[in-house]
Write a protein that binds this ligand. Structure first.
Ligand code: EPZ
Length: 418
């Protein structure tokens, strides 16, 4: 069974560069379905989730090839509107192909993505929004049969929750719709703006009216373009956390400084010294972190739920107590039991976790159960005394590009063993 073997307590030092954003690349790959022409997409990370999205595009009839960090896509011809259950289950966020398929072909047959390790992941907000835009949807045998015979019809929509995926589906569907769509209570994550910038470059008419309101005036056709995906803010924060838990000092290039603003107060509360300019950061950690206090995950620009697990590893070795309140997903504490195997002192009650920092963690065999929880275990291995073995790397490889190479380049003793 493949594992990462880590010998901890090495102070990290050096410079690394942040990969492209997984959560930007995926909806932009789906957006390619809307465009007739060639798309050149730079800064696409080498991740299994990106591979799954590429497989879906190929299945739909698009031509796609990768040259290094660049994807070259031609979606002039779409041959089918159906995505098989196997392809849908390779990556749960494939629901974001729904809006693009409906707008481009007038129909879509997908299987319901189902839950995943961090929660039930319902899609009611997606379906409600697509129905609001004129789509007929029936569910049968775990499949969604969606048709928009008169095309997507623009109108005012308000999301009950600022869902990232539902916002993306509305942007994709309405871009090729008839008339104006006004979306209220839209998600404000940076990946939404990156998707809108891509669509605008392809000829879409999208306006951010502030306070979570987005206006989309549908156009008849979208063409190709050349575009660069933003850097991954969660991966960037994870490498900051690697420096933080090892008392290290690192420089991070290709850094999305503005996008990680929501987590800077926690790093500063822990005693990290941070200096940054528009796309690089220097972080110097104290020999032992102080408590980050109370962390409540919220939609952007609040504290990101995707950084809750890595932050909990920081809190596990800090001086003092930290409290986490996970408000976005209902079961995003799967890493707690594994951290406790390493000596962390964490008590959970529903979506609240109380972390009493300990002086030291001890290496152990631990098992990743989801993407960000897996990253938290790697961070714990870097901080722990002795050897840690992290298993179930498929979760980590969904979102972190060559994590062992990046950390080794900073002086970590880590290797992947098959
Ligand atoms: C995106 O997931 C990200 N994934 C997630 O990152 C991230 O955690 C999440 O946004 C929140 O920021 C991608 O971008 C590929 P949501 P998404 O719709 O779109 C509920 C990672 O680690 N909800 O904003 O699925 C839902 O259950 C991943 O990179 C409904 O109730 O998130 C959750 O409680 C994990 N009905 C909340 O909203 C719906 O129809 C937020 O979900 C849709 C969502």
């Amino acid at each position: 069974m493949e594992k990462l073997t880590i010998c901890g307590k090495k102070r990290l030092n050096g410079t690394l560069s942040v990969q492209g954003s997984k959560n930007s690349t995926l909806p932009i790959i789906a957006a390619a379905v809307l465009c007739e022409g060639e798309i050149i997409l730079h800064n696409c990370p080498h991740l299994t989730d990106v591979g799954a999205a590429v497989n879906i595009l190929s299945h739909l009839g698009c031509k796609i090839r990768r040259e290094g960090d660049t994807l070259i896509i031609d979606s002039t011809n779409i041959e089918t509107s159906e995505i098989s259950e196997k392809l849908m289950h390779e990556m749960r966020s494939s629901i974001v192909f729904l809006g693009a398929l409906l707008a481009r072909t007038g129909k879509a047959v997908l299987s319901t993505p189902g839950g995943c390790e961090i929660g039930l992941r319902p899609i009611d907000l997606h379906l409600r929004a697509m129905r609001d835009l004129g789509t007929a949807i029936s569910e049968e045998g775990g499949k969604l049969f969606c048709t928009a015979p008169d095309g997507i019809r623009g109108r005012e929509i308000t999301l009950a929750f600022p869902s990232v995926g539902a916002t993306e589906n509305v942007l994709l569907a309405a871009s090729l719709g008839k008339g104006r769509t006004i979306l209220n209570n839209a998600a404000r994550e940076p990946e939404i703006k990156n998707l809108a910038d891509f669509l605008t470059l392809c000829g879409a008419k999208i306006y951010f009216a502030g306070e979570g309101k987005i206006i989309i005036d549908g156009v008849k056709k979208l063409h190709g373009c050349e575009f660069r995906v933003i850097s991954d803010r969660i991966v960037a924060a994870t490498y900051m956390a690697a420096a933080a838990v090892t008392g290290g000092e690192i420089d991070i290039l290709n850094f999305p400084v503005n996008d990680v603003t929501p987590v800077l107060p926690q790093f500063e509360a822990c005693g990290c010294k941070i200096v940054s300019d528009e796309n690089r950061m220097h972080i110097k950690a104290p020999s032992r972190l102080k408590s980050m206090g109370t962390v409540r995950t919220m939609p952007y620009p609040g504290f990101p739920t995707d950084f809750q697990a890595p932050a909990m590893t920081m809190a596990s070795v800090a001086e003092g107590t930290a409290i986490f309140i996970e408000t976005i997903f209902e079961s995003r504490y799967k890493h707690v039991s594994e951290l406790k195997k390493m000596g962390a002192n964490i008590t959970t009650q529903g979506t609240v976790a109380v972390v009493q920092g300990v002086k030291r963690l001890t290496g152990a065999k631990v098992y990743a159960e989801d993407l960000r929880g897996g990253a938290a275990l790697v961070l714990a291995g870097l901080a722990a005394e002795g050897k840690t073995e992290v298993y179930n790397l498929k979760h980590i490889d969904r979102g972190y590009e060559k994590i062992e190479e990046k950390l080794s380049s900073l002086g970590a003793e880590i290797e992947r063993e098959v």
